[in-house]
Design a protein around this ligand. Sequence first.
Ligand SMILES: *[C@@H]1O[C@H](CO)[C@@H](O)[C@H](O)[C@H]1NC(C)=O
Ligand SMILES: *[C@@H]1O[C@H](CO)[C@@H](O)[C@H](O)[C@H]1NC(C)=O
Length: 369
Amino acid sequence: MPLLISSRFLFFSTIVLLVSIALYRLDTFDPAHLPPDSLVSYTSSIPPLLNDQFLTGAEFIGVGLLNSPEDIAYHQDSGLIYTGCVDGWVKRVSVYDSANDSVIEDWVNTGGRPLGIAFGIHGEVIVADAYKGLLNISGDGKKTELLTEEAEGVRFKLTDAVVVADNGVMYFTDASYKYSLHQFSFDILEGKPNGRLMSFDPTTRVTRVLLRDLYFANGVSMSPDQTHIIFCETPIRRCSKYYINGGRVEVFIDGLPGYPDNIRYDGDGHYWIAMPSRVTTLWKLTMKYPFLRKLTAMVAKYGYEPMIMEDAGVMQVDLDGNPIAYYHDRRHTHVTTGVKIGNYLYCGSLLHSHIMRLDLLKYHAHKKL
Ligand SMILES: *[C@@H]1O[C@H](CO)[C@@H](O)[C@H](O)[C@H]1NC(C)=O
Ligand SMILES: *[C@@H]1O[C@H](CO)[C@@H](O)[C@H](O)[C@H]1NC(C)=O
């Protein structure tokens, strides 16, 4: 009897194994090796100041009314926060001393998925809409115009982030020409550079490709002296500088402890880099081995969520990319943007239905022991 069971077991295991191998071979998803230097973390990217209890003391704004507010832009003159939600709404948020008193207004629905938000130089709101492209919403909210949706004959598939220079030129990213937002995990798992950094000049209406072959080109920010753009490449955990004059590219910060999403300048000498997840052991292995990414993608096709995020946070860095402070929390995930307004850090999210804020004076980061 025992022999019978084990031979039957052996028989079925062999079948399962053969079927799996066949499925693996037949699957056309073909992940690539990532650049080796992107797989290591540098101790130089760990800041001297830490607050690893980011959720402690955090307040939640617009709970249940803001569905996945991915990016945040603060309009100084009106004191309003603009944010793009998963239901297509660009919402306006008035914030008072108490987070519970905040008022949420449905402002304009793009009919797509607004991600990056920035203000134009004539009071308009510029939106990087994942599905539509780069949009111009007039300041009164009455008119929405498509500025651009393709470059060099290649349509954007995941317009992600935008920043506007003082001269009105917009710099923006298309994270992937291959996968749209609802498939973004496959772009990350594939590990190929499908992203582009581009500019749109409103006077000539020309869209220029500044850099191609970027790994999931994500957040963008403008240096205060207007000489360079900083852009983040999520899977390789690096942010780079792009010099507007001449097009030189330099590393700004690499070996980050997590996967960078949006980067925001605070007007006061610092950038804030949001990271929806830390590099966990699982992430480390998956990013290192393409066959693991292929297996993950195969399972993901059946609806299993492949991106297990853990320990989200926001890192403050200086103008030269030196890390200053890191606010994070094991209990939190999916932080996609960090914008400093007054003493508060306001955080957007790809998952949660609220904006989170933390009083940085009350809950500041400390020197590591
Ligand atoms: C805000 O609302 C939450 C949830 O209803 C509540 O727990 C909290 O005490 C309120 N905070 C203030 C300052 O009223
Ligand atoms: C955006 O639209 C408004 C209103 O139609 C217009 O005045 C403005 O110049 C536009 N901005 C850009 C950058 O095209």
